[in-house]
Design a binder for this molecule. Structure first.
Ligand code: BGC
Length: 353
């Protein structure tokens, strides 16, 4: 009888270790929810598929959802992730302030949350934040304009217009803040002139980071201030989707010499514009690196070890500082895009033709 019991126990142990050996893919025990904002912008498609690939390579199951930039859709997708047994949620929020309530449910169930690229505000359910150095993105854009126009030595004045992103995206304030910390002194001393008078964050923000909204706003700015042939020297655009709206508007309405236009993301259409001389620079944020770092965080959470972080002072989400990992954004223009984007395998040459 004792022998029989021992044999049974041995068999049970073997079966259990067999399942453990199958790795994390077994059962919904290791399912990770990945909530992305929209498929409309190229980068989030890349973010989503990189995350899925990296997580699956480590044996995790993945529930990847896109929310068409609709807050209610994102909330219900997160609710489903919570109810279907996800153990960790990785969330790139549409509106950083709208997830507090649903994330309370996650917290109650012991489900950990990683804010992906965009900080989730006013929720104490957020354990970590994985992103790029958003302030640095802004300073690189501002420095580019400062250096290209030689603001310290050239006589000027130069005309500049400003456009940033969605006011519900905490990143937009960092991009804007970083760039304005470089450029504001030159606006103050008259070297840079914003003819439209539109400078403060709320006025230059773009709902949903939409190309169309950006284009509409610039149509109005151009017709009111530059239609008479007045030269526009530079446009500070926080990212590629807004830069695209600016470019479309200028192509339709503006006859002066082409201005400097900044951007961010190195979206395919914008890299093509850089090659064609229509956009001056972009910022390359290698979403592969961000995915790898985020998956390291997921792993650490589920193994009960410390996640990789390199910043514990910058990102306060209203409930306290969220430990963050900041990847480095890289300046990109027509001179280095091949090395950054093609040699690294991010794009194929044919993608850019
Ligand atoms: C991201 C940018 C992106 C923008 C619009 C921001 O939160 O950091 O890379 O261009 O959202 O999707």
């Amino acid at each position: 009888m004792k022998k029989k019991f021992l044999a049974l126990a041995l068999a049970a142990t073997m079966v259990a270790s067999l399942f453990a050996g199958c790795g994390k893919a077994a059962g919904s025990d290791n399912k990770v929810g990945v909530a992305m904002p929209t498929k409309d912008l190229q980068r989030w498609n890349q973010d989503g598929s990189n995350m899925q690939k990296e997580l699956e390579a480590k044996g995790y199951k993945v529930d990847l959802q896109y929310a068409s930039n609709d807050i209610a859709t994102q909330v219900s997708q997160i609710e489903n992730m919570i109810n279907s047994g996800c153990k960790v949620l990785v969330i790139a929020s549409i509106d950083g302030d709208s997830l507090g309530t649903v994330l309370e449910q996650a917290k109650e169930k012991g489900i950990k949350v990683i804010a992906y690229d965009r900080l989730i505000m006013n929720s104490d359910a957020v354990s970590y934040y994985a992103t790029f150095d958003n302030y640095m993105v802004g300073t690189k854009q501002g420095e580019y304009i400062k250096n290209s126009l030689a603001l310290d030595t050239a006589e000027g004045p130069f005309n500049i217009e400003i456009i940033t992103g969605d006011p519900g995206d905490n990143n937009a304030r960092f991009f804007y803040g970083g760039a304005m910390d470089v450029l504001q002194p030159y606006i103050d001393n008259g070297k840079l002139v914003v003819k439209s008078g539109q400078i403060d964050f709320a006025t230059v923000a773009t709902a949903n980071w939409s190309t169309e909204n950006a284009q509409n706003r610039f149509d109005a700015i151009i017709s009111a201030n530059y239609a008479d042939g007045t030269q526009l020297d530079a446009v500070l655009a926080s990212n590629d989707s807004t830069a695209m709206g600016v470019t479309n508007s200028l192509e339709a309405n503006y006859t002066g010499a082409w201005p400097l236009i900044t951007g961010q993301d190195c979206d395919v259409a914008n890299v093509k514009n850089m090659i064609a001389g229509k956009q001056s620079m972009s910022i390359f944020k290698d979403t592969r690196t961000l995915a790898v770092k985020t998956v390291e965080m997921v792993d650490a959470i589920l193994k009960g070890t410390d996640a990789p972080v390199n910043d514990t002072k910058t990102y306060d989400n209203g409930t306290g500082i969220i430990p963050s990992y900041l990847c480095e954004p890289v300046f990109a223009d027509v001179n280095n895009y091949k090395e950054l984007l093609i040699d690294s395998g991010y794009y194929k040459e044919a993608d850019l033709q």
